[in-house]
Design a protein around this ligand. Structure first.
Ligand SMILES: Nc1ncnc2c1ncn2[C@@H]1O[C@H](COP(=O)(O)OP(=O)(O)O)[C@@H](O)[C@H]1O
Ligand SMILES: [Mg+2]
Length: 270
């Protein structure tokens, strides 16, 4: 029997956290005089168990992530051509599905007006991470603020911070929709700092209507505290997205001028 059957079984066993090496499997096959067909059936069983576990892990990660399970936002259902991004940014945007920023441990920000697809892209990235079996968390900025306040009031700051450091991909949607007081700012920046020092695939993804250079206004803290914010963008990829909302694409915008000689102007937004 070719070596690949044994190594396939070993790979599956590792994923299933079962202690079985290729050599161990070969010795077992010898001891039981297994023929090729019988070995293939064992390999198929291991592959089946691996696939089932993989599917369960993905399902669990999706559930825990708080990403929408119904009508999910994915890279496949994102129209990359709608954005009309040019040059280097266009290539970087189209490369998002490779998750290279996750593995190179860089943060991402999608900045732009409402409806241009910032949340969609952030969610698609998060979903792709879940599909790799990686822990992901999606929160709106206001939810994060509320969680910090609740943790402060109930003495569970450590647990909350640990839960925000753990995910490989942490998405904070709509930064700037609310202001973080001094305590919340301190907790948030503690999360950024600890994430910076942890190992493994790691990215934070932010969306906002406001340029990152102006985010200081949303956080209450002294200079040294706000340095953590710079750290989050030390080596980040920031997409500044412009253009009309995707929701209104192809719609006719009708500008009506009142008066005796009203002019109706039809303009195709797209
Ligand atoms: N380029 C796109 N391709 C496909 N759907 C898009 C695109 N841009 C936006 N959308 C859709 O338009 C709606 C608004 O996008 P969203 O990501 O919520 O915008 P933003 O977060 O920038 O305000 C969502 O339903 C989203 O799926
Ligand atoms: Mg949004």
């Amino acid at each position: 029997m070719s070596e690949s059957v044994y190594t396939t079984i070993e790979d599956c066993a590792r994923f299933l956290k079962v202690d079985l090496s290729a050599g161990g499997m070969a010795a077992f096959a010898d001891a039981h005089s297994l023929d090729d067909r019988e070995l293939e059936v064992i390999r198929d069983l291991f592959e089946h168990l691996r696939d089932r576990k993989e599917a369960n892990v993905i399902e669990m990660q999706l559930k825990l992530s708080h990403l929408p399970l119904k009508a999910p936002k994915t890279f496949d259902n994102f129209d990359f051509d709608y954005l009309h991004v040019r040059g280097k940014d266009a290539a970087a945007l189209k490369n998002l599905p490779t998750l290279s920023t996750l593995y190179s441990r860089r943060n991402l920000a999608f900045i732009g007006p409402t409806g241009v697809g910032k949340t969609h892209l952030a969610m698609a990235f998060g979903r792709a991470c879940c599909e790799k079996g990686l822990k992901t968390a999606f929160l709106k900025g206001t939810e994060l603020r509320d969680k910090f306040i609740h943790a402060r009031n109930t003495g569970r700051i450590g647990t909350l911070i640990a839960s925000l450091v753990k995910p490989s991909c942490l998405i904070i949607d709509e930064v700037g929709r609310c202001k973080f007081d001094h305590d919340c700012t301190e907790m948030f920046f503690d999360v950024i700092d600890r994430r910076y020092h942890k190992e493994g695939p790691n990215t934070m993804i932010f969306t906002s209507n406001t340029l990152t250079s102006q985010w200081g206004q949303f956080f209450e803290g002294d200079e040294s505290l706000l340095c953590a914010l710079d750290r989050a963008f030390d080596d980040a990829t920031v997409f500044v997205m412009r253009g009309a909302s995707y929701r209104g694409r192809g719609l006719e915008s009708v500008a009506v001028e009142a008066g005796p000689k009203a002019i109706v102007q039809n303009k195709n937004v797209k």
